[in-house]
Design a binder for this molecule. Structure first.
Ligand SMILES: N[C@@H](CCC(=O)N[C@@H](CS)C(=O)NCC(=O)O)C(=O)O
Length: 207
């Protein structure tokens, strides 16, 4: 087994799906959380000057979605056939759209908090639901039942959904009120034995 190291800040942000993929697969890795004060020294040593980065036996890989696909493929969380893999990938990309719109507001340091709160309300009440709607339909269409997005076992799509919706649910506990299948999926992933274990031992990572 290679030596894996995930390098990121002490937040969930773009790295939590990666950490959850390791958790689901039960594969050990070094969860390297760096301090902001050390970042400017490290930045030039990273492939595209950003985090997260995954080190595999010292080789640095960048871009969170690409890292997730690489790991999910290796750990059997990317379906059984190329077509299933493509469908899981497309679903994960759609889920990333939620993360993008939420994080865009969350990380905007140029606006006062009250403006930020208003923008987040718009995101949560107007922009996230149409994406959830599409995902609920996707879940219902699964020929193997509506337990997971594709097939009858957990995949990257399900894990990414949980990771990207953690913030949404914290900020809006009613987020899944109109999406019962997604609500059930969220709990199913949360209670997956390996993921549950990770959530219990995870360092306090509020955002
Ligand atoms: N598309 C990239 C985005 C990564 C990104 O925006 N990283 C931010 C932290 S969330 C970063 O490294 N910021 C520090 C910097 O750019 O100097 C990915 O998905 O990995």
């Amino acid at each position: 087994m290679p030596n894996y190291k995930v390098i990121y800040f002490g937040v969930r942000g773009y790295a939590e799906t990666i950490r959850l993929v390791f958790a689901a697969a039960g594969v050990a890795y070094d969860d390297n959380r760096i301090e902001m004060k050390d970042w400017m020294v490290l930045k030039p040593t990273m492939p595209f000057g950003q985090l997260p980065v995954l080190e595999v036996d010292g080789m640095k890989l960048a871009q969170s979605d690409s890292i997730c696909r690489f790991l999910a493929d290796k750990f059997g969380l990317m379906g059984r056939h190329p077509i299933e893999k493509a469908a899981i990938d497309a679903c994960a990309e759609t889920i990333s759209e939620i993360r993008v719109i939420v994080m865009r507001v969350q990380t905007n340091m140029d606006i006062p908090q009250d403006v930020k709160d208003k923008e987040m309300k718009v995101v949560l009440e107007e922009k996230v639901p149409p994406i959830l709607e599409k995902l609920e339909v996707c879940l219902k269409k699964n020929k193997s039942g509506d337990k997971y997005f594709y097939g009858d076992t957990i995949s990257l799509a399900d894990i990414h959904f949980f990771a990207c919706c953690e913030t949404v649910v914290r900020l809006n506990p009613k987020a899944f009120d109109n999406f019962p299948k997604l609500a059930a999926l969220y709990d199913r992933v949360k209670n997956h034995s390996h993921i549950y274990k990770w959530l219990q031992q995870r360092p306090d990572t509020p955002v």
